[in-house]
Design a protein. Structure first.
Length: 248
C-alpha cells in the first residue's frame, strides 16, 4: 500500500486533502483511481491513517478517512548518526539505508580527512536533497517519522551536539577489544539517546580520536577487517537495531 506523509492541517474531520508533489505523484505517476486506498502519517505521532480516494480536483485529491491505528515502526531509542562526508554519492546510500534501519537523525560532519568540501550554498543544496532522500526512504519502509538531516557540522560542533547523549561510540581501526564493543552494544536500552560517529574514507585523525575520547565517546572495533565508511555505518546500525528491537 502506498504511504504518504501529511501535516495535521491536511486532516479535516473525516477527510484528508493531498496537494503539491504528492498529489502529482498520486495522479500522474501512480495513476491511482477513486476508491483506491492509501496510508498516511503526520511525521510526528506513532499513528497511521487510512483513507480511500473520493475525488480529484485540479490540484488536490481527497481521501475519506476510514480508520486510524497506532503503529510501532520506530526503534525504542533515538539513534543519531554523525556521518563524516564521503566521496561521490555515497551519502545518499547511507541516508537511505540508515532510515530503513531506524535512525532518528543524521548529522553530516566535515571531518579533517573528508575529501568533499562544501561551501555554504552547496551544503544547503545537498542537505535539501538528502532530506528528500530521507523522506522517500521513510515512505518506503513505512516509518512513522521522517528522520531529519541536519546542516553540515564541523567535528567540534558534532562533539558538542552529542555531549548530553546517553551512549556515544566511535568505530576506530586501532581499537581491538571486541569484548568492549559487545558490552557497549549489549547494554543499550529503550529510551536512551545513542550517538554514532563514522569517519570518512581516510578515517578520523588522531587528534579527532583524542578529542572524542576526552569528551566521553567510546572507541569500538568492528572486527578484523577495515570497512568502508558506507559499510561501517550500516553495520553498526544493524547491530543496534537488533539489540533494541529484541527488547521492544
Amino acid at each position: 500500500m502506498n504511504h504518504f506523509f501529511i501535516t495535521p492541517g491536511q486532516i479535516n474531520k473525516n477527510e484528508i486533502t493531498v496537494t503539491g508533489n504528492d498529489f502529482r505523484h498520486i495522479k500522474n505517476v501512480l495513476r491511482m483511481k477513486i476508491g483506491e486506498e492509501a496510508a498516511f502519517s503526520d511525521g510526528v505521532d506513532a499513528v497511521e491513517y487510512r483513507g480511500i480516494i473520493t475525488d480529484f480536483g485540479d490540484d488536490t485529491v481527497c481521501f475519506e478517512l476510514i480508520y486510524t491505528q497506532e503503529i510501532n515502526h520506530e526503534l525504542p531509542a533515538k539513534v543519531y548518526l554523525f556521518q563524516s562526508l564521503p566521496k561521490a554519492d555515497k551519502m545518499e546510500l547511507i541516508i537511505q539505508k540508515a532510515v530503513e534501519l531506524g535512525v532518528y537523525k543524521i548529522i553530516p560532519v566535515a571531518a579533517a580527512r573528508s575529501i568533499v568540501r562544501l561551501d555554504e550554498k552547496k551544503a544547503l543544496a545537498k542537505v535539501k536533497r538528502w532530506q528528500g532522500i530521507s523522506e522517500a526512504a521513510a515512505k518506503q519502509c513505512k516509518r512513522g517519522i521522517i528522520p531529519i538531516v541536519c546542516e553540515v557540522m564541523s567535528f567540534n560542533q558534532a562533539i558538542n551536539f552529542a555531549a548530553a547523549m546517553d551512549v556515544k561510540i566511535i568505530p576506530y581501526e586501532m581499537a581491538d577489544d571486541i569484548g568492549n564493543t559487545k558490552n557497549i552494544i549489549g547494554s543499550l536500552k529503550p529510551g536512551q539517546t545513542v550517538a554514532i560517529f563514522i569517519g570518512p574514507e581516510g578515517g578520523f585523525s588522531s587528534q579527532e580520536i583524542d578529542l572524542a575520547i576526552k569528551t566521553g565517546i567510546s572507541p569500538i572495533t568492528m572486527g578484523k577487517r577495515i570497512l568502508r565508511t558506507e559499510t561501517a555505518a550500516l553495520v553498526i546500525l544493524s547491530w543496534i537495531m537488533y539489540q533494541l528491537e529484541q527488547q521492544a
